[in-house]
Ligand binder design. Structure first.
Ligand SMILES: Cc1ncc(C[n+]2csc(CCOP(=O)(O)OP(=O)(O)O)c2C)c(N)n1
Ligand SMILES: [Mg+2]
Length: 339
């Protein structure tokens, strides 16, 4: 099928970064971190209700991958979605309002933490059912190919997803029909309290792609520059040849599975957590930038202060935003379309 060409944009070849890009990656990761630290506080104060899963420790995965997208590309993800939503350009005000259940939220206060959604940035959620969104990503890939554009979709998932049937059906179809989807497994080693080794017959899970003859790779998920390099190659393949890729990004979550779990729990040791925390993705990028003379202590402090003010503004905005009206309960439930 002939592809309609959209105007060329500055897509970095295989994830090369320059100083402004590194600065923007640092800004994005620090924003996500400070934002979610305040989410934990808001949850403890009862401002945020329901389920709430933090992304702290994993920021390099979403940030590196999403930084390579064009505005007209798509992102779809799991319930651990705050960081990726911010990386994709949803405003801190819209995300915080959604978490507070307010009408200025990106899902009008009716989705909450697990269901961030934004049509303007092609952010297709935020999905609570483990594995449930993977076939949707494949469907979007099919739609892109059917329409003949050269867009791509990034589909993020946790490593537990690879043991669901939906994952296999969706990857088989994507490989068979050559769909422009980049499937990104964020392997943080645990599905709630279950270690990968207790749930999966193979541990190098990118090898699951072999069953569908899909290009695949394993990546260091704590180094945002490594993530970018791998994802850039996959995006290039999807955009120019409509070939899907399966990436396993090895990472670690520094918090509990959700706000209802203890940080370390009984399924992992404090020592293990401390060992992984030595490779905090923000520190790893900062070290890259320090080596190149692009940031120093004063620069880092100034950035931190600027970001904390943005997050405070988001909190204040969310608190002032009204709750959705009761009548709006039936709005946005179904869309009737003629196309
Ligand atoms: C179909 C389904 N089964 C069970 C659950 C409950 N559940 C929520 S998160 C989760 C673990 C998922 O782990 P993983 O895919 O590794 O993602 P992570 O939370 O580590 O990011 C489970 C079992 C669910 N949401 N959906
Ligand atoms: Mg996991």
């Amino acid at each position: 099928m002939a592809k309609k060409k959209t105007p060329p944009r500055s897509e970095p070849s295989f994830g090369e970064t320059d100083a402004p890009t590194r600065a923007s990656l640092l800004h994005s990761m620090l924003l996500q971190r400070r934002f979610e630290e305040r989410c934990a506080e808001a949850y403890a104060l009862g401002r945020i209700g329901g389920f709430c899963h933090l992304y702290i420790g994993q920021e390099a995965c979403g940030t590196g991958a999403i930084s390579l997208l064009r505005d007209d590309d798509y992102v779809i993800t799991t319930y651990r979605d705050h960081g990726q939503a911010l990386a994709r350009g949803l405003t801190p005000r819209a995300v915080m309002s959604e978490l507070f259940g307010r009408s200025d939220g990106c899902s009008r206060g009716k989705g909450g933490s697990m269901h961030l959604f934004d049509r303007n940035t092609n952010f297709l959620g935020g999905h609570g059912i483990v594995g449930g969104h993977v076939p949707i990503a494949t469907g979007v890939g099919f739609a892109i190919k059917y329409r003949g554009t050269d867009q791509v979709i990034l589909c993020f998932m946790g490593e537990s997803v690879v043991n669901t049937g939906a994952f296999h059906e969706a990857l088989n179809m994507a490989a068979l029909w050559k769909l422009p989807v980049v499937y990104i497994i964020e392997n943080n080693r645990y599905g709630m309290g279950t270690a990968l080794e207790r749930a999966s017959a193979i541990h190098d899970i990118y090898q699951r792609g072999a069953a569908y003859d899909m290009p695949r790779a394993q990546v260091d998920g704590q180094d945002v520059l490594m993530v970018r390099a791998a994802v850039a190659e996959a995006i290039h393949r999807a955009r120019t040849q409509s070939i899907p890729t399966l990436l396993e990004v090895r990472t670690y979550r520094f918090m509990g599975h959700s706000m209802s779990d203890a940080v370390s729990g009984t399924y992992r040791t404090k020592q293990e957590l401390e060992e992984y925390m030595k490779r905090d993705p923000i520190h790893v990028l900062r070290a890259h930038m320090e080596e190149r003379g692009e940031i120093d202590d004063a620069g880092m402090t100034a950035l931190d202060e600027e970001i904390k003010a943005v997050v405070q503004d988001a909190w204040d905005f969310a608190e002032a935003s009204p709750e959705p009206a009761l009548e709006s309960l039936w709005e946005d439930v179904m869309v009737e379309t003629t196309t």
